[in-house]
Design a protein around this ligand. Structure first.
Ligand SMILES: Cc1cc2nc3c(=O)[nH]c(=O)nc-3n(C[C@H](O)[C@H](O)[C@H](O)COP(=O)(O)OP(=O)(O)OC[C@H]3O[C@@H](n4cnc5c(N)ncnc54)[C@H](O)[C@@H]3O)c2cc1C
Length: 425
């Protein structure tokens, strides 16, 4: 299994529960993927980590699953039934067997850097736990920012670690695995909309991306869930979500990212839950709410939570430099005219794109990508998890835009195919 998001986790558990040995290779220090970063999940509004964490632990504890976190596949040879896979395991500089996850190294580490898990809007230490529910619960020392590695001083984490788990001599390790099939589940990332200069992302302080918003409103995020403007730390009175930022646009990504209408609805409801005084607008081209109970959530957002849906297309976002307030110029589609809308905070919902390193994986695995960089399947309708290489399957967002429940469904289908090859179908 390559990728430890919800799709990889589900496929791993399905296989392991049939007594098939699984190696789950995840490139970051913890499994969980995007779902671990989300606050709540549409359409049920469940707390995301509350439903994900038990599955992460199940993976960790399962005798048939071996987690290879902080690891990447470097080479693969062979064919269905007999692949040899070379995996490189990056050094954490913390002994996984000894670390108790107590957090003392993090507390004592003097270096603060932007936190990738909070999409850069919060800080973490150079000795850190990726997130509170990380699996495995083992700290990592970030080589690039650690004072000892960069300047030869400090080692304060080593002094305070009662478990004696810090090991500055750890080296990258290579492991060779023999497997009967491979499932790719490498997920998604947000497209960076800085190139849409008329929107001013990164230039105007009070514009966030949807994933940044998820972290901002999350109780374990940088503001402990308080919805505050980045420019002045004040509570916003008006928030506008701008859908299709780069999606469905010939200039950027022409496909629909699949989940944005629904997660924007969810995020809009969360704003109203946190701050009922705040006016919330969603600017959309057309609402794509196709799944079970999706329309119900949109109707509730409008009727119960008072979210305003404005059919339109944002042309430009301007900032008043004195206040940091924003003005959105947009085309009002039903009325066919240009209009202005003021907001204290704007949330852009950018195109969601496949991971850049899919290109490397495609090359070493010999599998095809489509023109957008998603893994291609043999036949979208009739063979939706099979790649062009026998014994290599795909599931989750890396195959095409999809939500959590679709990712889980496809993961189970991929696991079924892999089980056939392992001879346990
Ligand atoms: C802002 C936002 C809000 C969302 N809200 C919802 C919601 O409320 N409800 C819902 O149903 N869906 C929601 N989604 C969609 C949901 O995030 C995806 O459907 C889901 O995460 C897909 O799971 P996945 O496992 O395919 O990918 P991911 O969650 O992206 O996991 C992929 C994993 O693979 C790892 N990986 C990547 N490359 C490699 C590699 N080369 N080697 C090893 N590991 C690798 C990554 O580190 C990651 O852990 C939202 C998406 C966004 C962006």
């Amino acid at each position: 299994m390559i990728g430890g998001g919800i799709a990889g986790i589900q496929a791993a558990l399905d296989l392991a529960n049939r007594e098939i040995n699984v190696y789950l290779v995840e490139k970051t220090p913890s499994i969980g993927g995007r779902m671990a970063q989300l606050d709540k999940t549409f359409p049920t509004m469940d707390c995301s980590i509350c439903i994900l964490a038990p599955k992460m632990m199940e993976c960790f504890r399962h005798p048939k699953i071996k987690l290879l976190t902080y690891s990447e596949v470097k080479e693969i040879k062979g064919q269905a039934g007999n692949f040899t896979v070379k995996v490189t395991n990056k050094p954490r500089f913390v002994n996984a067997g000894a670390c108790t996850g107590c957090g003392e190294c993090t507390a004592k580490c003097p270096v603060s850097v932007p936190n990738e898990f909070d999409v850069g809007i919060g800080k973490r230490k150079a000795a850190y736990m990726v997130f509170p529910q990380a699996v495995p619960r083992v700290a990592v020392i970030d080589h690039e920012n650690c004072l000892f590695f960069q300047k030869g001083v400090c080692k304060i984490c080593e002094r305070f670690c009662q478990a004696h788990a810090i090991d500055f001599n750890q080296k990258a390790q290579e492991t060779t695995l023999n497997v009967s099939s491979v499932i790719i589940a490498t997920g998604l990332e947000s497209w960076n909309p800085v190139s849409i200069t008329e929107y001013g992302y990164k230039k105007h302080k009070n514009i966030l991306l949807s994933m940044e918003f998820e972290r901002l409103i999350n109780a374990s995020g940088p503001t402990r869930g308080e919805l505050l403007r980045p420019s002045d730390g004040k509570k916003p009175h008006t928030i506008t979500f701008v859908l299709c930022t780069g999606s469905r646009s010939e200039k950027n990504r022409s496909y629909c990212s699949g989940v944005c209408c629904m997660y924007a609805t969810k995020e809009a409801v969360l704003v109203r839950e946190h701050n009922p005084e705040c006016t919330v607008n969603i600017i959309y081209m057309d609402l794509r709410v196709y799944g079970k109970r999706f329309q119900e959530l949109v109707s509730r957002a409008k009727d119960e939570w008072g979210v305003n849906y404005l059919q339109g297309r944002a042309a430009a976002i301007l900032e008043d430099p004195a206040t940091g307030n924003l003005q959105i110029n947009y085309e009002n589609i039903p009325e066919g005219k240009l209009q202005e809308l003021n907001a204290d905070l704007v949330v852009l919902c950018p195109a969601l794109v496949p991971m850049e390193d899919n290109k490397f994986l495609a090359e070493i695995l010999n599998v095809e990508l489509d023109s957008y960089g998603f893994f291609k399947t043999q036949d979208q309708l009739l063979r939706p998890v099979e790649t062009n290489v026998d014994g290599i399957f795909v599931c989750g967002y890396c195959q095409s835009p999809k939500d959590i429940s679709e990712s889980v469904t496809q993961a189970s289908a991929a696991a079924e195919k892999a089980a056939e090859i392992a001879g346990v179908a």
